[in-house]
Design a protein. Structure first.
Length: 203
């Protein structure tokens, strides 16, 4: 489904991600683990095509080379990125945002955001509210592949379950710096990549 081949990511002259190769098959979930500053968010943004980064290597999704595609084209291909720090959008209420999603993608469970429908998107939201809004968008869009950056950002990591299903399989990537907790969950095999960049585990 998604394959990275010797991907290097640069911001200016600084190399942040150094030669990551990764293959995600349909139905798999991978967890990228590492300390703050190790490149997890950078890799997620690079997969999504953020213009702030230069990428060397190859990124393919369902056999199509995405390397030169802009973010909106990658989204149309079925890739979703939940940001670690979602932006606020003043003047746009959650109700109107979700209504637009519903008109384009059909009905979905609005329970996660029902209590703040009249508020502006992410304006004054707590960390947990922002994450709930990101997950609500994920459920509405039903992407083929979901990338969730810092799934537990703003949440109590001992009392949440980020793995609610979107209804279109479990394909995805999650990034987290809570290595101890992730190591105890799922019983998956962890594969270290030989550098401080990150470990990849298929749970």
């Amino acid at each position: 489904m998604l394959e990275l081949k010797d991907v290097h990511v640069f911001r200016g002259r600084k190399e942040i991600v150094k030669g990551v190769s990764l293959k995600i098959r349909e139905g798999e979930r991978h967890v990228l683990m590492g300390p703050n500053g190790s490149g997890k968010s950078t890799l997620a943004l690079a997969i999504m095509g953020s213009p702030r980064y230069k990428v060397k290597g190859k990124v393919t999704f369902e056999g199509r080379d995405l390397t030169r595609l802009p973010p909106e084209e990658r989204a149309r291909e079925g890739i979703f990125l939940a940001f670690q720090h979602p932006p606020s959008i003043q003047g746009v209420r959650v109700y109107h945002f979700m209504r637009e999603l519903k008109s384009r993608f059909g009905p979905f469970d609005e329970g996660l955001v029902k209590e703040f429908m009249d508020r502006e998107v992410n304006v004054g939201f707590s960390g947990g509210e922002k994450k709930r809004f990101e997950i609500a968008q994920l459920l509405a869009l039903k992407p083929k592949l979901a990338i969730i950056d810092e799934v537990d950002a703003g949440l109590d990591v001992d009392h949440h379950n980020p793995h609610r299903r979107s209804g279109k399989g479990d394909e995805g990537i999650e990034g987290s710096h809570h290595g101890g907790r992730k190591d105890r969950e799922g019983g998956g095999k962890r594969v270290d990549k030989g550098s401080e960049e990150k470990g990849v585990r298929c749970a």
